[in-house]
Design a protein around this ligand. Structure first.
Ligand SMILES: Cc1cc2nc3c(=O)[nH]c(=O)nc-3n(C[C@H](O)[C@H](O)[C@H](O)COP(=O)(O)OP(=O)(O)OC[C@H]3O[C@@H](n4cnc5c(N)ncnc54)[C@H](O)[C@@H]3O)c2cc1C
Length: 295
């Protein structure tokens, strides 16, 4: 294997602690979570106690002010395959950044301590039953009522949909301007906010992907994130890193599942030629057969 040069000794120590924690806190319970269709809330609290949640947040709000993506990369690599349903990277890198970059000081003080402790599990709701990739076509709308918004519509395929306590919801904020989208913070228990059943998927059995419904949900203006017409550009900023974070998890799972499988298949395929795949790839690539796994 080619050793990756991007990690320092501190990262290696961090990785070892993540592996130790995950071995104790995830592996024994994952089968139960698969049956339950979701991980436990205790797992989120335990991750918060470890300091693994939203590490980039200011220390004043329970974060570590650790703006080094490699630590999040390590979490994604080590947790993605141990519990595909524990969507820590969604919480940490896909939703929490809205509270760092778009939220105002009052919102940060109100929401970030729960985000870093694991008391407030995060989700983001963009996709709708008739709208996937084309975010500009969403129908969920927020109507301005002076001191509050009224939210109506529905979302689907929302990760952490059942466990989430704080959900960033994208909604049209101006009926006359199709691209005007706002981001609104919906909290567990708000009247008019309900959730569907867990959606059955081919994979990630312990991930609570769900539909969300908003029926005249009153959202105080203090739960509006940033400019109510700029949600589209806020989301675009976040989506690039979302792709990166997703890829890290996908690669980790592929390495764990597909590479050994491929090598097993190659082994049986190569046997007639009396050549092990490792030898074969050494010759072919002048390196290790699993060279793309660059740890
Ligand atoms: C397990 C899971 C978890 C999810 N979690 C969340 C979540 O937490 N929050 C959330 O908001 N959403 C979530 N989603 C929704 C996800 O973001 C959407 O599935 C995604 O945006 C694609 O939308 P779609 O499935 O409707 O596909 P479509 O938009 O119908 O696209 C289908 C295919 O067509 C391609 N395509 C679409 N438009 C074009 C075009 N103009 N040109 C070329 N190709 C095009 C797409 O690339 C894709 O390959 C989740 C989905 C899944 C499956």
């Amino acid at each position: 294997m080619i050793r990756r040069r991007i990690f320092t000794q501190d990262h290696d120590i961090f990785r070892a602690s993540v592996v130790k924690w995950a071995t104790a806190e995830i592996i024994p319970f994952e089968a139960d979570w698969r049956r339950a269709g979701q991980v436990s809330r205790d797992l989120w609290k335990s991750a918060g106690n470890q300091g693994y949640l939203a590490m980039h947040m200011p220390e004043a709000h329970g974060g570590l002010a650790l703006d080094d993506f490699r630590y999040d990369q390590i979490l994604a690599e080590e947790l993605a395959w141990r519990s595909p349903g524990f969507f820590l990277s969604l919480h940490n890198r896909m939703v929490a950044p809205y509270f760092l970059h778009v939220a105002n000081a009052e919102q940060q003080a109100r929401f970030v301590p729960g985000i870093t402790s694991g008391d407030s599990i995060l989700a983001i709701a963009m996709t709708e039953p008739s709208t996937g990739s084309d975010l500009g076509a969403i129908r969920t709308r927020a109507d301005d009522h002076g001191d509050h918004w009224v939210l109506n519509g529905s979302k689907t395929f929302i990760s952490n949909g059942l466990l989430a306590d704080v959900i960033v919801v994208a909604a049209r904020s101006d009926p006359d301007t199709p691209r005007a989208i706002g981001l609104f913070i919906v909290e567990r228990g708000m009247p008019g906010f309900t959730r569907g059943d867990k959606l059955e998927k081919l994979g990630q059995p312990s991930q609570d992907t769900a539909e969300l419904f908003f029926d005249d949900v009153k959202i105080p203006k203090s739960n509006q994130l940033g400019d109510a017409g700029q949600g589209f550009s806020y989301m675009m900023r976040g989506l690039a890193e979302e792709r990166l974070t997703g890829s890290i998890g996908f690669l980790a799972r592929a390495q764990r599942g597909l590479v050994p499988l491929t090598f097993r298949s190659l082994n049986s395929f190569m046997r007639p030629f009396a050549q092990k795949p490792r030898d074969f790839s050494r010759q072919a690539m002048s390196g290790d057969g699993a060279g793309y796994r660059t740890r």
